[in-house]
Structures are given as structure tokens and as C-alpha cells.
Design a protein around this ligand. Structure first.
Ligand SMILES: Cc1ncc(COP(=O)(O)O)c(C=O)c1O
Length: 366
């Protein structure tokens, strides 16, 4: 039986054509027509007014903090249950991550815990919309307003997710996406920073382009802030342009995959995360929960032995050496102990989905 990967991008004829056209026309760096084409198509899909490409989702997060002027001694609230980039970016600007627990049911940041952790030094909240899900954003927005905080939405895993009919990323001040090979659409490596506030994206563009001066146009190669080279290449954007054009098809298949697992896995032993009211989920990766860490480990091993790739849900970041904290974030730890990500890529075959469900269900029949 051929291996079943956790994820694999859907690459078609248009992706190939676009990349070849970059090579033929020799527009292989960060200038070229596909950058604008991709950005414009992305704006249309997300309905976020201003979007600019970046080299990856991590750099995109860093750019947000730079644009918001987050600096040393500022406190930024972030869940400990997330991908490492949502936390590392805080350290890149010398600010302090303040960890909060998550809601076990939805796997998302706990709004109750945020409220407890807000201090005079708090400047922003980073809310990662994990696995395509989201928290109760209406409540979070009230809190943001009450305490006058910035909200950064990390939408790396949430392309195609809507809350109350608006695409995620439209709720905070600024947001980011990732186009790594395992994401809903991929450019190989890549990211996007988006905002409905033009001045923020203007700042992001400056920081991602080495801090090149826009006011002093007479002096070529004049830089007036310390910037970075965080630009996406035209080759990557050409992939993104082909991918975003077929996103509806990709999302349809991903919903099918999630529903297949939900319908066919033994509901007595396998649980699925809760969705907040108003969420239209992209189901980036299907996450399931078992009743104990031991069962999770055993089933994971059986799947891997059968050439089926899985992924653990995130290890809480406060348990990692560089962020070690004594706090006991109970839900984050349980989310990691009990959760497992299943293969969820659009090209997976139905017989492969059946096989995965059978292996899991068979374990409980013993
Ligand atoms: C929640 C989250 N934030 C940020 C990132 C970082 O994106 P990238 O891998 O493109 O740097 C990822 C991607 O892996 C992610 O899952």
C-alpha cells in the first residue's frame, strides 16, 4: 500500500505553466507580474482591503509587530497551544509573550484567561485561528475595545474560514497567512500580510523591502529604517496565483474529507472539536480526540506502521526549553495529550480515507 502523507499540495497544469513563464521571461526574483496578480486575487477572496505578499508566514507575523510598533517590554498575549511562529515573532521584536490557556472544546485561545492576564503593559493579542477554527470573536473584540489593544489574527491555518460571513483576518487590526506546502494553498514557502488599514500595510511593505525610503525618492538606495528582505519571489507568487484561483474546489474537497471522518469514525471513542456559532470552517486539518493519551499513542503507532502519516496536536510552548514556565495550562496539555491530526489533503482517495477509519475503528472492536 502506498504511503498516505498527512498533507500534499494539489499541483496542476496552471501552476506548472505559471512557473515556466517566470523562467522563460526571467522574472524570478521579487519583481514580476504574478506578485500583484496573486495579491489582487487574494484580496478578492478574503475581502480584506490591503494585502501584501511575504517570504513566509513567520516573517509575515514579524512584519505585523514591526508595523504596530511593538517593542521591548511590551506584553503580547498569545496561547501556549499554538505553532511556535506565533510566539517567536514576539521575541524577534524584544517584547514579552504572556501565555494563556485554551478552551478545550474549540482548541482556541481562552478569552476568560486573556481577561485575567491583561496588564498595563499589554499592547496586543495574537489570536491564531488553529486548524481552521476560531474562538468567539465577538467577545474577543469587545475585550480588545475595552482595553484598547491591538489584535493580530494569525490565519496561517484558516484560509477559507469565515465567521459571521466575513473571512477570518477581517476582525483584528492586521493578519497573516502562510502558504507552506501543507497549507490550504501553497507557494512552496510563502506568506501574506493583510489589513483593512492602508497605513499598516504601507509600513509592512517598507519593512519587508529593506526599509527603503519612500519619502526621499531622489536618492536611490536610501534606507531610513532597519528593514528586512522578507519579499516573496515572482515564482512563488505564480504558484499562489494558480492556487487561489481554484480554492473553492480545494475547500469543497476538504469539507468532504472532514465529514467523511466524522461520519465513519466510531463516535463512542473519537471526538471532534467544537465550532463556535457563526463559523464556516475550512477544515484545514482534521483533528480528532481520544479518551486517553495512551490510546492516542497506540493508535498513532498503528497508523504509522500502516504507512499513514499523522501529526500530534501542538506541544504547549510553555513546556519548551526557551519558554519554560511553571504555569499549569491544563487544557493546552490535554489538547496535546489527546489530539491527533489525520491526513486531510484534497487528493487523498476515498478508499484511503476508508482505510484510515477502519484501522481506527478496528482498534476499539478488540
Ligand atoms: C499557526 C501558524 N502560525 C504561523 C505559521 C508560520 O508560517 P510559515 O511556516 O509559512 O512560516 C504557521 C505555519 O506553519 C502556523 O501554523
Amino acid at each position: 500500500m502506498k504511503p498516505i502523507p498527512l498533507y500534499s499540495p494539489t499541483i496542476g497544469i496552471n501552476e506548472k505553466k505559471n512557473v515556466i513563464s517566470c523562467l522563460d521571461e526571467k522574472w524570478i526574483s521579487s519583481k514580476g507580474k504574478f506578485i500583484k496578480l496573486f495579491e489582487n486575487e487574494f484580496k478578492k477572496f478574503t475581502n480584506i482591503k490591503h494585502c501584501t505578499t511575504a517570504v513566509n508566514g513567520t516573517a509575515a507575523l514579524h512584519l505585523c509587530l514591526l508595523a504596530l510598533n511593538i517593542r521591548q517590554n511590551d506584553e503580547i498575549i498569545v496561547p501556549t497551544f499554538t505553532y511556535i511562529a506565533s510566539v517567536n515573532c514576539i521575541k524577534y521584536v524584544g517584547a514579552k509573550p504572556i501565555f494563556v490557556d485554551s478552551d478545550f472544546g474549540t482548541m482556541q485561545i481562552s478569552i476568560k484567561d486573556i481577561e485575567k492576564k491583561i496588564s498595563k503593559k499589554t499592547k496586543a493579542i495574537i489570536v491564531p485561528h488553529l486548524y481552521g477554527y476560531t474562538c468567539n470573536l465577538s467577545k474577543l473584540l469587545k475585550l480588545k475595545k475595552k482595553h484598547n489593544l491591538y489584535l493580530i489574527e494569525d490565519c496561517a491555518e484558516a484560509l477559507g474560514s469565515f465567521y459571521k460571513k466575513k473571512h477570518l483576518g477581517n476582525f483584528g487590526d492586521i493578519c497573516t497567512f502562510s502558504f507552506f506546502g501543507s497549507k490550504t494553498i501553497s507557494t512552496g514557502e510563502g506568506g501574506m500580510v493583510c489589513s483593512n488599514k492602508k497605513f499598516l500595510i504601507k509600513k509592512v511593505k517598507k519593512y519587508k523591502g529593506q526599509g527603503l525610503s519612500v519619502t526621499n525618492k531622489k536618492k536611490y538606495y536610501w534606507h531610513d529604517v532597519i528593514g528586512y528582505n522578507y519579499r516573496m519571489t515572482n515564482i512563488c507568487a505564480s504558484l499562489g496565483f494558480a492556487q487561489i484561483k481554484k480554492i473553492s474546489k480545494i475547500l469543497k474537497r476538504k469539507k468532504y474529507i472532514f465529514n467523511f471522518y466524522k461520519k465513519n469514525l466510531d463516535a463512542k471513542h473519537v471526538k471532534f472539536p467544537n465550532e463556535v456559532h457563526g463559523l464556516d470552517n475550512c477544515y484545514w486539518l482534521t483533528v480528532i480526540f481520544f479518551q486517553s493519551k495512551k490510546i492516542n499513542q497506540i493508535i498513532n503507532k498503528i497508523l504509522n506502521k500502516n504507512n499513514i502519516e499523522t501529526r500530534p496536536t501542538f506541544y504547549p510552548i510553555h513546556t519548551m526549553p526557551m519558554y519554560k514556565k511553571k504555569n499549569n495550562f491544563k487544557n493546552a496539555i490535554q489538547l496535546n495529550n489527546l489530539g491527533l491530526c489525520l491526513p486531510s489533503y484534497p487528493d487523498i482517495e476515498n478508499r484511503q480515507l476508508k482505510k484510515i477509519c477502519k484501522i481506527i475503528n478496528d482498534y476499539f472492536k478488540k
